[in-house]
Write a protein that binds this ligand. Structure first.
Ligand code: NAD
Length: 316
């Protein structure tokens, strides 16, 4: 598999490292506005590659994306003090306007994998700017949040996170929805398993897990300035599902004609991922309050993505 990565910052370089060390990509091209940074990261990672798999990583230009199976877009501005979310959105739309058409020109058949924040909204912007079919524009969505949820459930229940099937849906952000009502491990509902192992999900335990899933990014950023290993693992997993045509179910973000009464919105739902990108979306069974929360989350994304798409049209 050949993967292009736009943005060789913390997320881009950690993702390149994960792709190379896990042997998911045979060829990786790193592109950054700061060419020296891209070259340095590519060189550093290339020196680790012989300890893993026979693969090639290099810094390059858009021309080098020809034939890429997936192009991951991590280039994005971070919020500055005093800046609103919409101001940030404006800057990121401008960055995407300079990136997405270049990718579409050189690699018209690639799958776009969007992770720059706000990720759901930038996925909608990427669809608009690329003109690609919706199946080939994937947002990393709540794949990472789902992993955080499963990790904490696993610790609590004494079961490996890999054996837990529980999902985080909606926005990759503050309004995300942790689905407690139908998660299971070994065909046993997680709430029931918690009772069996004598560690019931009291409202305090649930609140603690919810807080940790929803706010761990803030905690990590406070401690070291950025989050990147978790998202690198998630992006690598999505690429692996595409490369192996796995039909794996992952909570990526994609464009839906309708979610909970909200039209034309990018939201994370359990999604079947394979060689063509998005093969199918599965709408899970939810409790009444989870339906309500998902609707709220979709409405929140919709409000901002309409503004972002309007910015693209204005700038054209
Ligand atoms: P960073 O500042 O370390 O890296 C961004 C890189 O993009 C920089 O190297 C910069 O030179 C480059 N860049 C900026 N404009 C460019 C352009 N027009 N063309 C090419 N390169 C350009 O930031 P980071 O920590 O790597 O985060 C990147 C993005 O990923 C941010 O938007 C961040 O919020 C987001 N993020 C998302 C998730 C998620 O789960 N979706 C998790 C972590 C970070």
């Amino acid at each position: 598999m050949k993967v292009g990565i736009i943005g060789a910052g913390s997320v881009g370089s950690a993702t390149a490292f994960a792709l190379v060390m896990r042997g998911v990509a045979r060829k990786v091209v790193l592109i950054d506005a700061n060419e020296k940074k891209a070259q340095a990261e590519a060189m550093d990672i290339a020196h680790a590659a012989p300890f893993a798999y026979a693969n090639k990583i290099k810094a390059g230009t858009y021309q080098d994306l020809e034939g890429a199976d997936v192009v991951i877009v991590t280039a994005g501005a971070n919020q500055k003090p005093g800046e609103t979310r919409i101001d940030l959105l404006g800057r990121n739309v401008k960055i995407f306007e300079s990136i997405i058409p270049e990718i579409a020109k050189v690699a018209p058949n690639t799958i776009l994998l969007i992770t720059a924040n706000p990720a759901d909204i930038m996925t909608e912007v990427a669809i608009k700017l690329s003109g690609f079919p919706k199946e080939r524009v994937i947002g990393s969505g709540t794949v990472l949040d789902t992993s955080r949820f499963r990790t904490l459930l696993g610790y609590h229940l004494g079961v490996s996170p890999q054996s837990i099937h529980a999902y985080v849906l909606g926005e990759h952000g503050d309004s995300e929805v942790l689905v407690w009502s139908n998660g299971d491990a070994g065909s046993v509902q997680i709430e029931e398993l918690a009772r069996v192992v004598n560690k019931p999900f009291t409202s305090e335990v649930k609140a603690q897990i919810d807080d940790c899933v929803r706010n761990s990014a803030y905690q990590i950023i406070e401690g070291k300035g950025a989050t990147y290993y978790g998202i690198a693992g998630a992006l690598c997993r999505i690429c692996q599902a595409i490369s192996n045509n796995e039909y794996a179910i992952l909570t990526v973000s994609s464009h839906h004609e309708e979610v909970e009464g909200v039209n034309d919105v990018c939201v994370s739902l359990p999604t079947v991922i394979g060689k063509r990108g998005i093969h199918k979306v599965i709408f899970p069974r939810l409790s009444e309050s989870e339906h309500r929360d998902l609707r709220f989350s979709a409405e929140k994304i919709k409000e901002y993505s309409d503004q972002a798409v309007a910015m693209v049209s204005q700038n054209k």
